[in-house]
Design a protein around this ligand. Structure first.
Ligand SMILES: Cc1cc2nc3c(=O)[nH]c(=O)nc-3n(C[C@H](O)[C@H](O)[C@H](O)COP(=O)(O)O)c2cc1C
Length: 185
């Protein structure tokens, strides 16, 4: 018989089944702050019976956002907005998880329904950072990171992880794929 609906223990976390919702960017946050949209979207998936609900790629620094509308955990002010979301997910029996992210040279792009292309500084975008000044395809050149930039990114992942715990998340995933900053193809 399928194990899909059987509980699974992950260290101290007990998932009621093996249905784990993938993180999905919603492009619906305001300056990194999640909105009612996130409560309804993620909460609905918990009510639907998933064992674990992973919140979208959540930026550890503002320049690490894929789009200006990404969720964030780069300031303590973001924590309070996440708390009702994680509380609701947990009240409805799912594990509350979050994916922490830095989009590197693929940051500063528009939401898919706004074309998905790089956003210039004039339109609310920003200078991206990368391990070298080599651009991703036709995207603008990133600024090559210094050792101090790298230290700052490491510290930001640590700080965002600590904020995630205060926000009520029980599990953190590091986004190291899709050509973002930590992805080494
Ligand atoms: C709307 C949407 C948003 C997504 N956002 C993220 C994301 O924030 N982080 C991530 O790692 N993957 C993201 N993905 C990729 C999915 O997590 C998943 O890996 C992908 O859809 C492949 O899984 P599937 O074959 O089950 O669809 C997104 C996918 C969709 C459709």
């Amino acid at each position: 018989m399928s194990q899909l609906f059987h509980p699974m223990q992950l260290r101290s976390l007990a998932a009621r089944n093996r249905i784990f919702v993938s993180p999905m960017c919603m492009y619906s946050a305001v300056a990194g702050t999640v909105q009612d949209w996130h409560l309804v979207h993620l909460g609905g998936l918990a009510v639907g019976g998933a064992g674990l609900v992973m919140a979208e790629a959540t930026a550890v620094l503002p320049e690490g956002r894929i789009s200006p509308d990404d969720a964030g955990l780069w300031t303590d002010a973001h924590v309070a907005a996440w708390q009702p979301v994680t509380r609701f997910i947990r009240q409805h029996g799912a594990i509350a998880a979050v994916q922490l992210a830095h989009a590197g040279r693929k940051a500063s792009t528009a939401a898919p329904w706004q074309g998905g292309k790089p956003v210039t500084a004039a339109d609310g975008g920003w200078q991206t950072l990368g391990p070298s000044p080599i651009a991703f395809g036709a995207y603008p050149e990133p600024r090559a990171m210094t050792l101090a930039d790298i230290d700052a990114v490491v510290a930001a992942f640590v700080a965002a992880t600590q904020r995630a715990l205060v926000a009520g998340f029980q599990c953190v995933e590091i986004h190291a794929a899709h050509g973002y900053l930590l992805h080494h193809p």
